[in-house]
Design a protein around this ligand. Structure first.
Ligand code: OOG
Ligand code: NI
Length: 453
């Protein structure tokens, strides 16, 4: 009997959470804060889950996403096959070079609503763009170092091939698969480059040093979901975690949209570098904890408005790493985003967000969607945004690389080379939300016994 991909993903997510809590105790503290905040919100208001009715409630305490950074095309292609066994497909292309971070990325995640509901675990996966290292000798050395490493265990490769050949894994193999794949994400405090090379890589870009210097793409954060990110941010400060200066993304609103995120900054950890027959002690900052609060997925029109308003805010004020202008930044964000409609019905009627339609209590009054909504024959619930935001991601990267790490390296966006490395194309997130919306409308109208015409 084959185990479902959803079950393998859920087991993997749980195993990863356990490993990360052991490796990064501050992450355990963060999870406690989130659990307290969520319990408080749920206790206070029966309506806290109005945004995520029914099927989504079981997801609250489940892990939401993690992130890794890969070094080579071969690593990315193999990773895609491993994630495929867990029912995770590459969705979206994110070009972080726009923010001087020399990577491009996708999110591996379940795609179907039912699969997301069963376990929403995603991995934001970045591929280093070595071509953005200016110094040719260093670029060469980095490439050689990466070419020598093997980030997957023999067992992970064999079991992935087996899953592909027989269309899944049985229970014993699935268990071994989870354990073997976990090894790829484990932290290694022994670097595989000497201290001088590490220093040169750091000077090129801290992110390059993080990817090239170690045996594997250690998981660099995990991100549980909070129902009140402002309360959780305050909780981090109260518990002494080094919280990021501002929450990334849209401001607090009545109708949450897209994704709000914050993090505690990466910890300075002891590592050692091979030196002759011995080791040199050193430090590296890579691993942190993050929280997220998700809202409605926006249509291309809604997203364009979001991007325009955020650009307007950032043209006026950029959040300082030390938090010194955090209040002004939040005030400006609130002020500028007043232009973004903030009722579900307005967001729906103006085509700014995606919704799931349901059958209301009232009898049908024709075929016009607006009239059916007015009459209460159809209901609306927002479709949750399951993806990421490049400006927010860049903010998360920056705050965890040491905020001074802004290099001038900029490169042209290169989706084609990313997809070539991946071995397949990435799915278009808008098309996925659009399909969910139209399927739900067809089903609801069908229940109303009126034709979709
Ligand atoms: C990934 C940062 C992006 C997010 O939540 O936007 C990310 C990284 O630091 O590797 O995880
Ligand atoms: Ni993240």
């Amino acid at each position: 009997m084959k185990v479902s991909a959803n079950k393998i993903r859920a087991d993997f997510s749980a195993a990863m959470s356990l490993m990360y809590r052991k490796e990064v105790p501050a992450y355990g503290t963060l999870v406690e804060i989130v659990e307290e905040v969520n319990a408080g919100v749920l206790g206070r208001s029966g309506n806290a889950l109005a945004l995520t009715p029914g099927e989504d409630t079981a997801r609250i305490s489940a892990e939401r996403h993690g992130a890794i950074r890969l070094g080579t095309a071969e690593e990315l292609a193999m990773m895609a096959r491993v994630f495929d066994v867990m029912g995770m497909e590459p969705v979206g292309y994110y070009d972080l070079s726009i923010a001087s971070v020399p990577v491009h990325s996708t999110a591996f995640r379940p795609v179907a609503r039912a699969d997301l509901a069963e376990n929403p675990f995603r991995v934001f996966t970045s591929l280093l763009r070595l071509e953005l290292i200016a110094d040719e000798a260093l670029r060469q050395k980095a490439a050689e170092t990466l070419a020598r490493r093997k980030i997957f265990t023999e067992g992970a490769v064999v079991l992935t091939e087996k899953a592909e050949a027989q269309g899944g894994l049985d229970e014993a193999d699935a268990k071994r698969f989870v354990a073997e794949v976990l090894e790829t994400f484990r932290w290694h405090s022994d670097a595989c480059v000497d201290a001088a090379t590490f220093g040169a890589l750091i000077d090129a870009h801290r992110l390059i040093a993080d990817v090239v210097s170690f045996k594997g793409p250690h998981i660099n954060h995990l991100t549980p979901r909070t129902l009140d990110i402002d309360a959780a941010q305050a909780g981090m400060v109260a518990r002494g975690l080094p919280a990021k200066a501002v929450v990334e993304g849209p401001p607090r609103r009545s109708c949450p949209i897209l994704l709000r995120q914050t993090a505690f900054k990466a910890l300075n950890e002891a590592v050692r570098f091979p030196e002759g027959a011995g080791w040199t002690e050193g430090h590296h900052t890579a691993r942190f904890g993050e929280i997220e609060q998700r809202g409605a997925a926006l249509t291309p029109k809604g997203r364009a408005l979001y991007d325009q308003l955020l650009a307007e805010v950032r043209a006026a004020i950029l959040p300082a790493a030390d938090g010194s202008n955090a209040e002004e930044y939040v005030a400006k964000l609130q002020e500028v985003f007043a232009a973004f409609p903030d009722t579900w019905r307005d967001l729906h009627d103006q085509g700014l967000a995606y919704f799931k339609y349901g059958r209301g209590e009232a009898p049908a009054t024709g075929t016009d969607v607006s009239a059916l909504l007015d009459a209460g024959a159809l209901t609306l619930s927002p479709i949750i945004y399951e993806d990421f935001l490049p400006v927010s991601a860049a903010g998360i990267f920056q705050s965890n690389l040491g905020d001074e790490a802004r290099s001038e390296t900029q490169g042209a966006s290169n989706r084609a080379s990313f997809e070539a490395a991946l071995g397949k194309s990435v799915a278009d997130e808008f098309a996925l939300y659009e399909a969910m919306q139209s399927d739900s409308l067809v089903a609801a109208l069908d229940q109303l016994k009126v034709s979709a015409a």
